[in-house]
Design a protein around this ligand. Structure first.
Ligand code: FRU
Length: 515
């Protein structure tokens, strides 16, 4: 199976396999807490930033259709990370170029000199990859906004970096406080390398180092690099630098996914932590539908503040089947915003992701909130309630040694095959089971597993369900699985099963969610 496909082959395969005029009513699948565009195609989040009380999300957007094409940057704004307002296209494609993925810097001190005289708000610098429609060359370019992020003007001095490559993209720019420099990461996709550039003025960039290939390198290409200092849970003041690379192909479960490396960064070079260097590949998410995540940029200094937890969002989809998922009139959604930190694990480190605090506000009073309750009793209480809905947060906790048969929360019950989220004691793994008899696309007939954190005697699940999205944060966020699901639109029940064993649940809760 050859997974290393060239960029154009990945995206420009035969479009629409689904006849939208005969598609089912898919309104039931539309998430309410996750960002979706009103219509058409999205992929990667781009240029996320937070400024003056507003979160801005840009994303790869095709304004003309439900498959990849004519890509520019769409735009949405939110004051609470829950309710998003779609805005006009911020950086459209032109006749000559498309605007591929990238990031935004808030140039608070006008280092670039692009802020107009007398302007009161900072100029925003969007670093993106220009895809030249004729030559197909990918080069790194700059566009800037003087109206708070609604519209961007392409800089006259473009390109910033052009090495004549057809596979050189996804600039990620940030300020490295300790060296006082600006840093840009760009991937050489086919070489599976991240190239580090530095700058003093945000306009002229010099090459500083190269990282890779490393980790999962077989049959894959590298995309969308991110480099962040993350706080270590329970050890105030301690940080480690984490390099994330989205890889297309070569994942354990097929298609695209996110791997990460833990180490140190001195402003020029990323070096793997010696303990982490011996690690097997580390995955940011064990489901199939989390790709190209990007943190929200803030004013310089805030991201680096000790203890600060960056928040990121990814594209919930997989390049293996993104163009086939049956939602309409939109295709593609962003994940829930997640706070990031690290935990020590074995001799190395483990990424921890928790649903961002702001999103917790969507939790409504619990329908059930049981403690020290035998599973059979909890299942009966849930059945008696007969809850209906498509937006839920559920938690489930038990001592590991007590669970000898699968513990399963089924959502979207009542019509057709439900989605099963749970823990399998034989495999010692968490899972999302989205198998159903007549899948709408190939990957939908799968079950995805992720190993439990074996350093604890606990089975601990926090499940967020929202329309076509299921995100499982297990073991306090050390194990995450994100999957798209497209159940029968009439199915909206919830059930708990525990096999013939009846373990005591330390906790079991079910809460409706509302944005
Ligand atoms: C990642 C990606 C990027 C590219 C963009 C194009 O999903 O392939 O590498 O910039 O999407 O839409």
């Amino acid at each position: 199976m050859i997974r290393r496909r060239h960029f154009l082959a990945i995206h420009l395969l035969s479009p629409l396999t689904l006849n939208l005029s005969t598609a089912p009513d898919t309104a039931a699948w539309r998430p309410r807490l996750h960002y979706t565009p009103q219509r058409h195609w999205i992929n990667d989040p781009n240029g996320l930033f937070f400024l003056d009380g507003e979160y801005h999300a840009y994303y790869q957007y095709n304004p003309g259709g439900a498959t990849w094409g004519d890509i520019g940057w769409g735009h949405a704004v939110s004051s609470d990370l829950l309710n998003w307002q779609e805005r006009p296209l911020a950086l459209p494609a032109t006749d000559d170029e498309m605007a591929f993925s990238g990031s935004i810097v808030i140039d608070e001190h006008n280092v670039s000199g692009l802020q107009p005289a007398g302007a009161t708000r900072p100029v925003l610098l969007a670093y993106y990859t220009r895809y030249d429609r004729r030559s197909k060359v990918q080069s790194q370019c700059l566009a800037y906004s003087t109206d708070g992020g609604d519209s961007f003007v392409r800089w006259a001095g473009n390109p910033l970096l052009d090495i004549g490559s057809l596979e050189f993209r996804d600039p990620y720019v940030f300020r490295h406080e300790a060296s006082g420099r600006w840093v840009m990461l760009v991937v050489l996709a086919l070489e599976r390398q991240v190239v580090v550039y530095t700058s003093d003025d945000l306009l002229r960039w010099r090459k500083a180092s190269v990282f890779g290939a490393a980790g999962a390198t077989a049959d894959t290409i590298w995309e969308v690099p991110v480099l962040l200092p993350l706080p270590v849970d329970g050890e105030p003041g301690l940080q480690r630098w984490v390099l994330f690379v989205s890889i297309n192909g070569g994942t354990r479960w097929g298609g695209s996914g996110v791997q990460y490396f833990v180490g140190n960064f001195d402003g020029e070079r990323f070096v793997l932590d010696p303990a982490a260097a011996a690690d097997a590949v580390r995955w940011g998410d064990h489901g199939r539908d989390f790709y190209a995540p990007l943190p929200f940029a803030r004013k310089p200094g805030i991201v680096d503040a000790p203890g600060a937890r960056p928040v990121w969002m990814g594209w919930m989809n997989n390049w293996d089947y993104a163009r086939e998922v049956p939602s309409a009139p939109w295709r593609g959604q962003l994940s829930l915003p997640r706070e990031l930190s690290l935990a020590r694990q074995d001799r190395g480190w483990c990424l921890v992701q928790r649903v961002a605090l702001a999103v917790e506000r969507a939790r409504r009073p619990a329908l059930l909130d049981l403690h020290a309750c035998p599973a059979a009793e909890a299942a009966r209480a849930l059945a008696a309630l007969a809850p209906h809905g498509r937006q839920w947060r559920a938690t489930l906790r038990a001592a590991r040694h007590a669970v000898v048969q699968p513990l399963v929360l089924s959502v979207f019950t009542g019509s057709g095959a439900p989605v099963r989220v749970g823990f399998d004691p034989v495999l010692d793994s968490y899972f999302i089971d989205r198998r159903k008899p007549s899948p709408a696309f190939a990957g939908e007939s799968e079950i995805h597993h992720a190993p439990r954190d074996r350093s604890r005697d606990a089975v601990e699940l926090e499940v967020w369900v929202d329309g076509c999205t299921v995100e499982l944060f297990a073991d306090g966020g050390r194990v995450v699985l994100s999957d798209l699901v497209f159940p029968d639109p009439a199915a909206d029940g919830v059930a708990l099963s525990h096999g013939s064993a009846n373990p005591v649940l330390a906790a079991f809760s079910l809460e409706p969610l509302q944005a």
